[in-house]
Design a binder for this molecule. Structure first.
Ligand SMILES: *Cc1c(COP(=O)(O)O)cnc(C)c1O
Length: 391
């Protein structure tokens, strides 16, 4: 494995891999030609520069399709998973307005799903937010009950970015398919950590992001199933008609190539990497549990991402702990609400009390985390908790 470029020898240990991942050196290598010699415009394949850029994009399209069991012509490249989620939710709702005005999602979704849902409400649509249980799971019966004759789209994430909880996507999608309702899933956190098969899951739309799987920031994709009748999707951007008319704008070739390369690596490592992450996570968990028996873990004990721990040390404020830790980089329970004093909407929806939620921290192990780093990080965190007067 090529070495990961480090800030400096004593840079903090990076345990925030659900927020973003470092770029894999092999991905960087794959991207370099598109940032240097292969500078053609892929929309202009009439000369060699443009043709090679267009070929590179089509190779990347096939690579991402391969990882999720899709066909290449079912992949639309976007600038981020935030854009993919916006395109899926706004695009399907606006494109199917004549059929209905109701969308269903879950209370624990990422802001990039809740944001467009809020926008739909401002446009006159109705949105239902299905609750979750204490472990963060949606009950398929609750989803079934939320559907009406006016429902056009359901969006439920595959794996939660704050607590790691996996949703029963195949069951949820089945309920929707049976009723002719389109199903979208945000699979950003699930990609590369568990097998994804859009056919087995029977989902119609699925979002991914490159920078959560050791690819570059600023690259995402949306899977849109080719079916008849065709899924009506209204674009967000209009112009040159790139990406089959769904996403105008010159494709960022280097980023798309990086996403493709990251997908190839994820595919190769799917059989071994999640198991390695799980071993490191369980080691960290066991160390915390033995030192602080009152520690609270949030999420589901088994139906969860292999690399993530969300926890609270009773009596300790999450922010204080994060700032007290000079040599370990970790996230707050919710990275997206950083800077605000509100407890995470995910933990709140799970019924976790305000104080416990404000105390929560998130640890995310990654491809480049070593066993030695886990030992050091555990001791640092435990030392800081003790210093702050924790249990
Ligand atoms: C990071 C993340 C996103 C947003 O992805 P970007 O590419 O950064 O826009 C969406 N959903 C989930 C679950 C995420 O973790």
């Amino acid at each position: 494995m090529p070495d990961l470029p480090r800030l400096e020898p004593h840079a903090p240990i990076y345990l925030d891999n659900n927020s973003t991942t470092p770029i894999d050196p092999a991905v960087l290598e794959a991207m370099t030609p598109s940032l240097t010699t292969l500078y053609g415009n892929p929309s202009n394949p009439s000369h060699r520069y443009g043709a090679e850029a267009a070929d590179a994009i089509e190779r990347a399209r096939a690579q991402i399709a391969q990882l999720i069991g899709a066909r290449p012509d079912e992949i639309i490249f976007t600038g981020s998973a935030t854009e993919s989620n916006n395109l899926a939710i706004l695009g399907v709702a606006r494109g199917n307005r004549a059929r209905g005005d109701h969308v269903v999602t879950a209370a624990t979704e990422h802001r990039s799903v809740l944001g467009p849902c809020g926008q739909l409400e401002r446009e006159g649509f109705h949105v239902s937010y299905v609750p979750v249980d204490r472990q963060g799971r949606v009950d398929p019966t609750d989803l079934g009950r939320a559907l009406t004759d006016r429902t056009v789209l359901v969006s439920v994430m595959a794996a939660n970015n704050e607590v790691g909880t996996l949703q029963p996507i195949a069951d949820l999608a089945q309920i929707c398919t049976d009723r002719g309702i389109l199903f979208h899933t945000d699979a950003v956190q699930a990609l590369g950590k568990l097998p994804i098969d859009v056919t087995g899951w029977e989902v119609d739309l699925l979002s991914v992001s490159a920078h959560k799987i050791y690819g570059p920031k600023g690259a995402g994709a949306l899977f849109v199933r080719r079916r008849s009748p065709r899924i009506c999707l209204e674009p967000l951007l209009f112009g040159g008609g790139q990406e089959m008319g769904f996403r105008s704008g010159t494709v960022a070739v280097h980023n798309v190539v990086g996403l493709g390369a990251a997908c190839v690596l994820a595919d190769q490592r799917l059989a071994s990497e999640p198991a390695k992450l799980l071993i490191l996570r369980d080691k960290l968990k066991a160390r915390f549990e033995s030192a602080f028996p009152t520690i609270q873990f949030h999420g589901h004990p088994t139906e969860t991402l292999p690399n993530l721990l969300n926890l609270s040390f009773p009596g300790i404020d999450g922010d204080e702990l994060i700032y007290a830790l000079g040599d370990v980089a970790i996230g707050r329970g919710s990275s997206c609400s950083s800077g605000s004093v509100d407890p995470s909407h995910v933990l709140t929806a799970m019924g976790i009390g305000r104080e416990m939620a404000l105390g929560s921290i998130r640890l995310g192990i990654g491809r480049f985390t070593t066993s030695d780093e886990i030992d050091k990080a555990a001791e640092s965190i435990l030392e800081a908790v003790t210093r702050l007067g924790g249990t």
